[in-house]
Design a binder for this molecule. Structure first.
Ligand SMILES: Cc1cc2nc3c(=O)[nH]c(=O)nc-3n(C[C@H](O)[C@H](O)[C@H](O)COP(=O)(O)O)c2cc1C
Length: 173
């Protein structure tokens, strides 16, 4: 029987949702059946044999709803293979690769709650129109004017494909 895997995400402006959907699509085959759901819609973790969870980053951390999801479900998540990822803008900066190990440390609070079989960090994107708070919109508009961040979609689909195939072989065992 196919293993059931949950890919779940928290996303403020849609970039993490797109990453989660791609991971789900790439992992699915005869041996793995994959559901992709926002964390707020996850009702029952017991149905799944493995969970992959990801969140967009704000202020150097997973979104509060994502941390709450892991906190509330830590016992159930700790019983199964669990992988975690994040999506952020720091890795999309010109010298973003210099910050990779710092960015990886943003997953530490998640790893302290639930042991992970694998983690990954991805560049996301910046869509000013979708940022809910006017003051954040202004702040990030200024950051683009000063050249700190560049608006647009910076997701590295090759990196996302590579991690999906790593996960697929780990979870198919
Ligand atoms: C309010 C706010 C705060 C952010 N803080 C950070 C940050 O501290 N570090 C970073 O690398 N990216 C930061 N970002 C950029 C987001 O992580 C990036 O846009 C990501 O692609 C968002 O994913 P989402 O669309 O799934 O929410 C921030 C974005 C917003 C809107």
């Amino acid at each position: 029987m196919a293993k059931k895997v949950l890919v779940t995400y928290a996303s403020c402006t849609g970039f993490t949702q797109g990453v989660a959907e791609m991971i789900g699509k790439l992992m699915e085959d005869d041996h793995l059946q994959v559901d992709v759901l926002p964390m707020k819609d996850v009702k029952n973790l017991e149905d799944y044999q493995a969970v992959v969870a990801g969140s967009g980053i704000q202020a150097g951390a997973w979104l509060p709803e994502a941390m709450q999801f892991v906190q509330e479900n830590r016992n159930e998540l700790s019983k199964k293979p669990f992988a975690a990822f994040l999506v952020c803008m720091t890795l999309a900066m010109k010298n973003g690769e210099n910050y990779r190990s710092h960015v990886q440390s943003w997953l530490q609070p998640v790893k302290s709650l639930v042991p992970t079989i694998n983690t990954e960090v991805f560049a996301g994107g910046l869509d000013l129109k979708k940022i809910p708070s006017a003051s954040d919109r202004l702040k990030f508009h200024l950051s683009t004017l000063f050249g700190v961040w560049k608006a647009g979609d910076h997701r590295d689909w090759a990196a996302i494909r590579l991690w999906s195939s790593e996960l697929k072989s780990l979870l198919s065992q």
